[in-house]
Ligand binder design. Structure first.
Ligand SMILES: Cc1cc2nc3c(=O)[nH]c(=O)nc-3n(C[C@H](O)[C@H](O)[C@H](O)COP(=O)(O)OP(=O)(O)OC[C@H]3O[C@@H](n4cnc5c(N)ncnc54)[C@H](O)[C@@H]3O)c2cc1C
Length: 387
């Protein structure tokens, strides 16, 4: 029995499945949806993730669908552009010294097509994992409708509300942020209004901080929104808030808007017996810095290498290391990004903006900072210093 099961056909589950299929394992992906998700969610690929996806043979296709983002910007609502960080200083550290802006919903169909080219690989839709049982030699996933699937291992990549995580009894401690995050996609060309925008812009403000992101299809504006206000009120005042970013003297053209709660949580264990947790099933964080999907893809690739080695010690070590990185790097960097965007103390704010200007102006410090924000330091501490 060398078939491996994966719960969830999101970016993480499909990456794990493709990586293992390429190593010769028959794969069964169990997906509760009727098809792949089409929601616009994560949209930034960092350099190490691009390297991993390129190693899986899909780098070119992903690049064809995405936008190269060689720089990103820190801005202040009042002052405008503060600092532009150029990932070109990472040219000696990665073969992809830039971010690629591309929605995760463009990645998953590429992964699916490649996976299904491998003999013995399948995706079963409308398959809602409800329970997991295991013996020392095998694991069985069962669906709510009585079906079951058996494999030598199960990778639980079934998202933030993971049933796999619950089935193995792993806690999911952490915090929920007080505000909700409102994301508006717009057909407006923001560089016509703000010509010095980069493709990714973090905008500091004690009250109305925001993120402006370009994707291949839209610009996206992410705004914090109070915890308890009615959704209808928030959508009704969205245009007024967008006009605070730039006022064209008419309403913004909004293609889509959605609001969601954001958590910082890490599963108590990433491995229990023959079950491994990956991606949002294992760890969730705020979207500031674009670390969620990226670190989930890193989990998938690390697990595939360890499982292919057949070495129990290597599998254990991969789960332990990915949990360490989730706790020490992903949680801390994403939370620090949140705290800095919304900092209220004027002295601390001014000092931070000044330090960003100094970092951008010094290639050595810029490289150090970018090794961390681009996730290279998390994966290769020897290169970037401790994560
Ligand atoms: C609204 C929203 C906006 C986001 N924006 C950003 C962003 O801007 N930047 C960023 O970095 N991250 C963002 N994220 C987070 C990012 O989308 C996730 O980190 C990423 O999707 C994780 O991938 P995943 O494959 O682990 O999980 P998911 O993408 O959630 O995929 C899980 C899959 O499992 C399936 N599934 C669920 N339950 C079961 C079950 N019981 N049985 C079988 N299948 C099941 C689901 O249908 C889904 O296909 C956002 C998340 C949300 C919800």
């Amino acid at each position: 029995m060398n078939r491996i099961l994966v719960a969830g056909a999101g970016p993480v589950g499909l990456t794990a499945a493709l990586a293992l299929a390429r190593k010769g394992f028959p794969m069964t992906v169990l997906e509760s949806g009727a098809d792949l998700a089409t929601e616009s969610r994560a949209s930034t690929f960092h350099p190490p993730t691009l390297e991993m996806l390129d190693d899986l043979g899909i780098g070119d296709e992903l690049h064809e669908r995405g936008l190269l983002s060689p720089t990103f910007a820190y801005r202040d609502r009042a002052e405008g552009l503060v600092a532009l960080l150029d990932l070109a200083v990472l040219a000696g550290d990665t073969r992809f010294p830039y971010r690629l802006q591309c929605e995760q919903s463009k990645l998953t169909p590429i992964l699916r097509t490649r996976l299904l080219r491998h003999d013995g690989c399948e995706i079963l839709y409308n398959w809602h994992l409800a329970g997991v049982t295991q013996t020392p030699a095998a694991v069985t996933a069962s669906a709510a409708d009585g079906r079951s699937a058996r494999g030598s291992w199960l990778i639980g990549a079934d998202g933030a509300h993971s049933r796999t995580r619950r089935a193995i009894g792993a806690g999911f401690e952490g915090i929920t942020y007080p505000e909700r995050f409102l994301v508006a996609s717009t057909d407006e060309e923001l560089t016509a209004w703000l010509p010095d925008l980069a493709s990714v812009n973090y905008v500091f403000d004690p009250v109305e901080w925001c993120v402006l992101l370009r994707t291949p299809d839209h610009w996206r504006v992410l705004l914090p929104t109070p915890s308890q206000t009615p959704d209808a009120l928030e959508y009704a005042r969205l245009d007024t808030r967008l006009r605070g970013v730039f006022d064209p003297g008419r309403p913004w053209r909004i293609a889509h808007a959605s609001m969601y709660r954001v958590h910082q949580r890490v599963a108590a264990a990433f491995r229990v017996g023959r079950v491994l947790l990956a991606g949002d099933a294992a760890h969730v964080n705020n979207p500031l810095g674009g670390l969620g999907m990226n670190s989930g893809i890193h989990d998938a690739v690390a697990y595939a290498a360890a499982l292919a080695s057949g070495d129990e010690g290597a599998i254990d070590a991969a789960a332990t290391e990915r949990r360490r990185i989730a706790l020490e790097y992903v949680q801390s960097v994403s939370h620090q990004n949140y705290e800095r965007l919304r900092a209220t103390d004027p002295v601390a704010r001014a000092a931070h903006l000044e330090s960003l200007r100094a970092v951008a102006a010094d290639p050595v410090r810029a490289r150090e900072s970018l090794l961390r924000s681009s996730m290279i330091a998390a994966l290769r501490p020897a290169v970037g210093g401790p994560a």
